[in-house]
Design a protein around this ligand. Sequence first.
Ligand SMILES: [Zn+2]
Length: 329
Amino acid sequence: MDKPYFPNYPWLQAYWDKLTRYLQQDRLPSALMLVGDEGLGLSSLAKSFAHRTICLSPNEDNTACGVCESCLLFNAGNYPDFYHLVPEEGKESIKVDAIRELTKSLALSSQYTKPRIVIIDPADAMLHQAANSLLKTLEEPSENTCLVLVTHRLSRLPVTIRSRCQLMVVKNIELVQAQSWLNDLGCKQASQYLRLANNVPLLAHELWKKDALAVEASLLNDFLALLKGRLDPLLFAEKCIKLNNLPCLKWLMSGLNDAIKYAHGTVNHELVHPERLADLKVLVEKLNLADMHDLLDQLAQLKVLESHQVNQQLMIEEFAIQSYSLTLK
Ligand SMILES: [Zn+2]
């Protein structure tokens, strides 16, 4: 049977063990910081840990029981000594008011014997004032209370905050575990999806749900057709824009990078797509190295501007038109 009160991500087991050891040895730090890339499951790890912390009768395997009074309240979202600070819906930052509210609540005495637990996720979403306000709480920790800060961008947090937390950095996860997790969910191309997701398992899962490998292949085929002069550039741009929830720019960049490597005589196993050798040959016949670098630069620029409010459509159209015009040379 599944263990619903455990994060369920096998690559986090060692971190889970370390966290729960704090509870078993009764030496819970007053502030912990979980650091790691987005898509590794840190939020889930923090929540499971909060749940395990408040459980009155944990299972022998060190998971929360799920049936005690505290667990029932926790699952219903009504456990009074658990604070979960996230940005308001539609917003990106955690405001100072939320931190002040928290500080006020923590100043009151606890209602339960188990430690109070606070999750701030992502901690780097705290605005300057909010971070300052939290600093006071970190400097004078409330009794029997643990703050768990989750961050994917450690460098965005003030050193004063970082230095007052016990850091737990999640990195270099076991890919074999991520692969078998994906396999168990029914994904048959686990290693390819992990490759597509830069080895971030939850992102790989998301991409698999969107059938991203097939979409990527189709996009690269379209790009090739464009460079052969067989696809209208505006049509190509339109297709790219429709796929804006997928990392199209990154895929096109990988395709071009492969072509550049191929032009330099790189061996197959160093290519992202060694299976597309025939296509690479066509690309290299169509474009010279300078052209390829030009297009790559253009994509890199588009990628930088991706999150900005610029006219992506116009820029992608420009890219497509330039790519197409190269074939007319
Ligand atoms: Zn319980």
